[in-house]
Design a protein around this ligand. Structure first.
Ligand SMILES: Cc1cc2nc3c(=O)[nH]c(=O)nc-3n(C[C@H](O)[C@H](O)[C@H](O)COP(=O)(O)O)c2cc1C
Length: 380
């Protein structure tokens, strides 16, 4: 029996992982389940689905081994059904399996390959037999097992999400993450338009994306105190230390900035100086890409400026069909820059390819050997 606290914590973390999946981000209709007291508490995720403006469908048990799915618009309209599980009202709109874009599925236990055991009624196996879209089983880490006894009717799920990890079933397909830092202070500004274009491609490529808008945050510059050398993190506990573990966990980093006086946004520069300087982990072979957005001038200078963070860190730089720039002045104007947006899509595709190649290469050849560091400062 798992404790309530663990199920609450696991459910919250699982919900965040689900919401970051590319399959979720592009989904219009999401099937999930009303978790019971013995399951990871995914109620925060259900609220998130509604808040994101997606259609939420929940199961209604209609007979032994049979269920249908109905739309939920308000969670407090749910009522206890068969087995005491909360269900949508009978009069709410029916959702056929083919209308579901992403399915979140419970299990009693499962393994990293997506083999799962349910409660034994075959409800979800029947659904998975007719459902062709993306599906993720949610399982507390502690309930994961290596070997799952699978019967002929049992259906595996392509994705498994625990509070700690996301696993994908396909052999040779890697669960990869891209972190995007948006250096604009303007919410839904032109830099967001450029990054959104890249996100669509990453979703198609099955790459998880987290975007953090840093331009409007209060981020101070580096004090050159070198306290990070002892602490392993920056002495100022702000966005830098919050982003550091996400940077460590990602396979690719996109740094995007509006051009200010032919240079990058100063807040972004303060963040990057401290992030790259204070983090002790190896950044070798994380793929970097920079994106610059301006009304008219200073783009390629800013592009060069941002790429330098990658090229001093052993990070291969993804490139596109043109320097990675998008034009626009007023908020949203960038949507009219057809060439700029195509450049973003090409960049995302090239970046995805490079990340996959590196994942394969790392498996086959390992990362390049490193030598002990020689550091001279031109005086001695
Ligand atoms: C302080 C400041 C300086 C700027 N300097 C430049 C510049 O040097 N060259 C340019 O073409 N646009 C410049 N711009 C315009 C922005 O780059 C442009 O509006 C861009 O779309 C902003 O991106 P955002 O909407 O993501 O914030 C400047 C804007 C501001 C606020």
């Amino acid at each position: 029996m798992l404790s309530k606290d663990y199920l609450r914590m696991a459910g919250a973390a699982i919900g965040k992982r689900l919401a970051a999946l590319p399959e979720y981000r592009v989904a219009g209709t999401v099937l999930a389940f009303a978790s019971t007291a013995n399951e990871p508490d995914i109620w925060p995720f259900l609220r998130r689905v509604l808040a994101d403006g997606k259609h939420l469908a929940l199961p209604v048990c209609t007979g032994p081994g049979l269920m249908e799915f109905r739309v939920v618009t308000e969670l407090d309209t749910l009522a206890s059904g068969r087995y005491g599980i909360l269900e949508p009202p009978a009069e709410s709109e029916l959702v056929p399996p083919e209308a579901i874009d992403f399915a979140v599925i419970p299990c009693v236990t499962c393994n990293v390959a997506g083999d799962r055991l349910g409660h034994g009624g075959g409800y979800y196996d029947r659904f998975l037999a007719v459902y062709a879209g993306p599906a993720a089983a949610v399982c507390p880490k502690t309930l994961m097992r290596e070997a799952i006894p699978i019967g002929p009717l049992d259906r595996p799920v392509p994705i498994v999400v625990t509070e700690r990890d996301t696993y994908r079933r396909q052999k040779g397909e890697y669960a990869m993450k891209v972190l995007m830092l948006n250096g604009s202070p303007r919410v839904n500004g032109n830099t967001s338009v450029a990054l959104a274009e890249m996100e669509k491609v990453f979703a198609e490529e099955g790459i998880e994306v987290e975007t953090i808008q840093v331009g409007g945050r209060a981020i101070r510059g580096c004090m050159a105190c070198n306290g990070c050398a002892k602490k392993g993190k920056c002495v100022f506990d702000d966005a830098v230390n919050e982003i550091a573990p996400k940077f460590e966990a990602c396979d690719g980093l996109v740094v995007a900035s509006p051009v200010y006086y032919a240079s990058a946004n100063a807040t972004l520069v303060a963040l990057l100086d401290r992030l790259f300087y204070s983090t002790p982990f190896d950044k070798t072979m994380k793929v970097g890409a920079s994106v610059v957005v301006a009304r008219r001038g200073g783009l390629s200078a800013t592009f060069d400026e941002l790429n330098k963070y990658f090229t001093i860190s052993g990070m291969p730089v993804a490139s596109s069909q043109y320097w990675n720039s998008v034009h626009g002045l007023a908020k949203g104007e960038a949507a009219q820059d057809g060439e700029g947006l195509q450049t973003m899509r090409t960049l995302a595709r090239n970046m995805a390819f490079l990340m996959k190649c590196i994942a394969l290469g790392r498996e086959q050849y390992g990362l390049p050997k490193t030598e002990p560091r020689v550091a001279t400062n031109f005086i001695h």
